[in-house]
Design a protein around this ligand. Structure first.
Ligand code: SF4
Length: 289
């Protein structure tokens, strides 16, 4: 994993002439505080700090379109690389590969938006799991990827303790998709009311549970023919359960942290130029159907 080479990352961070942007998934709350994290990253050498919530919004629009236009088929969310790879690599589940939604992950979508607006910046992604690090390797717009535990080590090494700031995320702000790292976050934020019925959707988190439901679907397609959408994540609880997140706090506590963060964000006054408006992603392709 070259993009996760810590020596190369360190080298890049030491280059004063380089401009850097870092993208955070809203699961960062499991390991960092907000807004302190903005200050810490800025002290480490990042010029632009954004959340991938806008990428999630753009991806949601495509899920909305897919489930509306192709509503006779079964679709499986492809936002989580653990699920995508789990299906592709498992001989008996390969049959579902065709059902994976042909839509970018929020990380990829956001990287495309960032590259469009910051073409000369090095793009970093702060990852909650190993699977996203592997996915980032294949995304040409991403230059470096580093996980939560590695970033904590970096802060320690560079003597960056918590610091106070009023600075917010710099661009592409979106509040309602802040719950994306929770299981079912996609379904809850893609405005699917009227598009698909509740009983046509299955939300599952944790690979074992997901596999179980896929086997059932394979074995008895007639029984499950009403199911149109599987909103699934590899980790328990969604991305808040990622392998590179803090393993010392419960999923319940992590869930509350994300919910509190979303509540807080609804009270934040964000200037219009910082909001993730759809026009900012004009001309970018996020889906392939
Ligand atoms: S659910 Fe887990 S494996 Fe999937 S993207 Fe989130 S943290 Fe990574």
């Amino acid at each position: 994993m070259i993009k996760n080479d810590l020596k190369l990352i360190e080298k890049n961070l030491s280059k004063k002439e380089e401009k850097r942007l870092i993208m955070l998934a809203p699961s960062f709350l499991t390991d960092f505080f907000y807004p302190e994290i903005i200050c810490q990253l800025s002290n480490l050498g990042f010029d632009v700090i954004v959340e991938i919530t806008f990428g999630a919004k753009m991806v949601n629009r495509e899920y909305h379109r897919l489930l509306k236009e192709r509503n006779k088929e079964l679709w499986i969310s492809s936002t989580c690389p653990g699920i995508v790879e789990g299906i592709k690599r498992n001989e008996s589940l390969k049959v579902f590969e065709k059902n994976l939604a042909p839509i970018d992950s929020p990380m990829k979508a956001m990287a495309k938006v960032c590259k469009k607006h910051y073409p000369f910046y090095k793009i970093f992604f702060l990852s909650p799991c190993h699977m996203k690090k592997i996915e980032a390797e294949k995304i040409e717009e991403i230059d470096f990827v580093i996980d939560y535990q590695q970033m904590k080590e970096f802060f320690k090494k560079h003597n960056i303790s918590s610091c106070s700031t009023k600075r917010k995320f710099d661009r592409f702000y979106n509040d309602y998709t802040k719950i994306y790292p929770l299981s079912g976050g996609l379904t809850k934020t893609a405005h699917l009311k009227g598009i698909i019925k509740k009983r046509e959707v299955i939300i599952k988190d944790g690979w074992e549970k997901v596999k179980k439901i896929l086997y059932k679907l394979k074995k008895n397609p007639e029984k499950y023919k009403k199911i149109k959408f599987l909103d699934v994540t590899f980790c328990n609880g969604g991305c808040i359960g990622g392998h590179c997140t803090n393993q010392n706090i419960s999923i319940r506590k992590k869930k509350n942290l994300v919910k509190e963060y979303k509540k807080l964000s609804l009270k934040e006054a964000i200037p219009e130029d910082r909001i993730g408006l759809i026009k900012k992603a004009e001309g970018i392709k996020f889906a392939y159907f």
